[in-house]
Design a protein. Structure first.
Length: 622
């Protein structure tokens, strides 16, 4: 099954995020709270019953906060009106948007056209009382439950130290109910949504699928990675999926190939594009080449009717490059044999990431990775990978070999935006500086991730190492990826399939545990030792010491991080340190989708009173 990376599945899933108010206030005095760190978590009761429901009956807003009431009614003909008992405290629009006006209390009434009504108690805080949640989210987009069983999906709230209360609401209690502690009980087969709402209006929804029989994991997978067809040809490549009743297909470039609602692809004009198949939860892509893209052998000479020497091969001088949004680059092109006469046509696989001019100049448009294609008049083609970034972050990676680090001094270095920490290696060895390095990063608010150095020679050994890695990092909350470091020389003696199987087993284990997974190695390893099509769903952290041109000359794939030096010197670190660039805002991505490990905070020892290592997110606890 091709998951296309956990972040991709989560992003594609039906994760409905309700309106988030800008702030809230502490729990009301009559609520019974459970203190978790500095955050008080209590249970509220949603306003339900009658002909319609609303997800929350008590609401607290900052002095400039707002929240929109979203009534849930089975009768679509119902209309609603809204009224505030004290508009000087909180006013409400004719569409249910509650806006804080001044400190105090008010009651907002939502009345349906059939005469039934629901009330929301609203408290508006004074300016400066800003210890409120900014977001709450479920760490999974859907959960599958068998009839009669109970399941509690993990929900987390940010930022650290906020005070809040929560309520839970099911939009179809005939399918599943949700109690005041967030436990979901399956009632009968069907699909419903369960919403968690904080007292200041931050909400998140998880899709609940109830069935009488176990439901397999959702997936979409094309049988082939790529296909070729001529202009005018139609083909329907084999694709399997579950569920398969909501399949949608799209083409990245309809001027090259179009795709029907059933997945049939039509070649429109010469070029290359990608077709995406999605079932709303997962997706897969297939590369489509239209036209005669075959290339003669290098030693073949071809001439046109006028005697001009034609190209037999075209290639980009470098296999990959990176560019900032709004900036341009002009990759060099080589044509073989020397003296061949031709002109070029250029094409970008994703113009939302990068555009390419008629002269081959590439413009960064949006964050991401895409392919830039060049084609000669007689059909020779080549491509290179461009990574477009919004901003570049500087960081270091550390292990026991870097000695006793003065993290206070390191934190003052403007070139340290993040740290990658070695957590473990092999099947049972933890880096002796792990605890110290994590404590230093957390004490001085330096974002960090982890890496594990692999020795596994089989899939079975890889799984053991992955389990040990996950166990080692479980007490912590990284906001950068969890990385597999694979570079032992004996991998060169193994087949690509053997090494790829080992890597995929490790990566899937990490990803299935709810983390953002990444692969680290030296530049040539990715092409020489891996079947790259099988691992391209993961971000790469590539080691290639030197400048950008050396990286571009030696690495032909996309990359999220680049280790450009192993001999960096830095105040606070007694030994040489590796220097890195990151081209993605990993803390934003990981926090947005909750990729810090499912149930990561749920297994803390009961007698452990020290929760100082809990950083920016907290699990919602009953």
């Amino acid at each position: 099954m091709n998951h296309k990376g956990l972040i991709r599945c989560v992003a594609a899933a039906a994760m409905s995020l309700f309106i988030c108010a800008s702030a809230g206030v502490a729990a009301s005095a009559d609520s019974t709270g459970y203190t978790f760190g500095t955050a008080e978590v209590t249970a509220l009761t949603a306003s339900s019953g009658g002909t319609f429901d609303i997800p929350v009956s008590k609401l607290t807003l900052a002095h400039d906060g707002q929240y929109r009431i979203v009534p849930d009614a089975s009768d679509s003909s119902l209309t609603f009106t809204y009224h505030s008992s004290k508009s000087s405290v909180a006013k409400v629009s004719n569409k249910g948007l509650i806006v804080a006006v001044s400190p105090g209390k008010a009651t907002v009434t939502c009345t349906a056209s059939d005469g039934t009504s629901k009330k929301v108690s609203v408290t508006v805080a004074k300016e400066g009382e800003d210890n409120f949640p900014t977001a709450v989210y479920y760490t999974e987009s859907q959960c599958n439950i068998l009839t009669g069983e109970t399941y509690r999906p993990t929900a987390k709230v940010t930022p650290k130290g906020c005070t809040y209360t929560v309520s839970y609401y099911s939009d179809d209690t005939s399918v599943a109910t949700a109690d005041s502690s967030g436990n979901i009980t399956a009632v009968s087969p069907g699909i419903c949504n369960v919403t968690i709402t904080t007292s200041n209006g931050c909400s998140s929804t998880v899709a609940v699928i109830v069935s009488d029989e176990p439901v397999p994991a959702a997936y979409v997978e094309y049988e082939d990675d790529s296909i070729s067809l001529n202009v005018g040809d139609k083909v329907r490549p084999a694709v399997s999926a579950f569920p398969d009743d909501n399949m949608k297909f799209s083409s990245a470039d309809t001027s090259v190939a179009k795709v029907s609602v059933k997945g049939t692809i039509l070649g429109v004009s010469e070029g290359v594009t990608e077709i995406t198949a999605s079932n709303g939860i997962s997706y897969d892509t297939i590369t489509v080449s239209v036209g005669d893209v075959s290339q003669p052998e290098d030693d073949t000479y071809i001439y046109d009717e006028n005697g001009n020497l034609l190209p037999t091969r075209v290639e980009y001088e470098h296999g990959s490059d990176s560019v900032e949004i709004g900036s341009k680059l002009s990759p060099s092109i080589k044509v073989y044999p020397k003296g061949a006469v031709t002109s070029f046509k250029f094409h970008s696989s994703d113009t939302g990431v990068a555009k390419v001019s008629s002269k081959g100049t590439v413009l960064g448009v949006g964050e991401g990775t895409c392919e830039i294609y060049v084609k000669t008049d007689n059909g020779c083609m080549a491509s290179f990978t461009v990574t477009v970034f919004r901003e570049r972050f500087s960081g270091i990676d550390v292990s026991k070999w870097n000695g006793d680090i003065d993290w206070e001094t390191v934190s003052q270095n403007p070139d340290v935006d993040f740290v990658m920490i070695r957590a473990s290696y092999g099947t049972e060895t933890e880096d002796i500086r792990l605890v110290q390095n994590v404590a230093g990063c957390e004490a001085y608010n330096i974002p960090y991730g982890f890496y594990h150095y692999m020795y596994a020679k089989s899939v079975e050994e890889a799984l053991i190492e992955a389990d040990f890695f996950l166990k080692t990092v479980r007490p912590y909350n990284p906001t950068y990826p969890l990385v597999l470091d694979i570079e032992e020389s004996y991998y060169k003696t193994m087949t690509k399939e053997e090494v790829t199987d080992i890597v995929c087993a490790f990566m899937e284990k990490v990803e299935n545990a709810g983390y953002y997974a990444m692969i680290y190695s030296y530049a040539s390893f990715f092409g020489d030792s891996l079947i790259y099509d099988r691992v391209k769903i993961y971000d790469n952290w590539v080691a290639c010491w030197g400048d950008q041109e050396r990286l571009s000359s030696n690495f032909s794939y996309s990359y999220g991080m680049w280790q450009y030096s192993e001999t960096g010197r830095m105040d606070g670190i007694p030994e040489d340190v590796d220097l890195n660039y990151s081209y993605k805002n990993y803390p934003y991505i990981i926090n947005k989708y909750g990729l810090t490990g499912y149930n990561n905070l749920g297994d803390a020892p009961e007698d452990d009173d020290d929760i100082s290592w809990y950083t920016e997110v907290y699990e919602v606890t009953e």
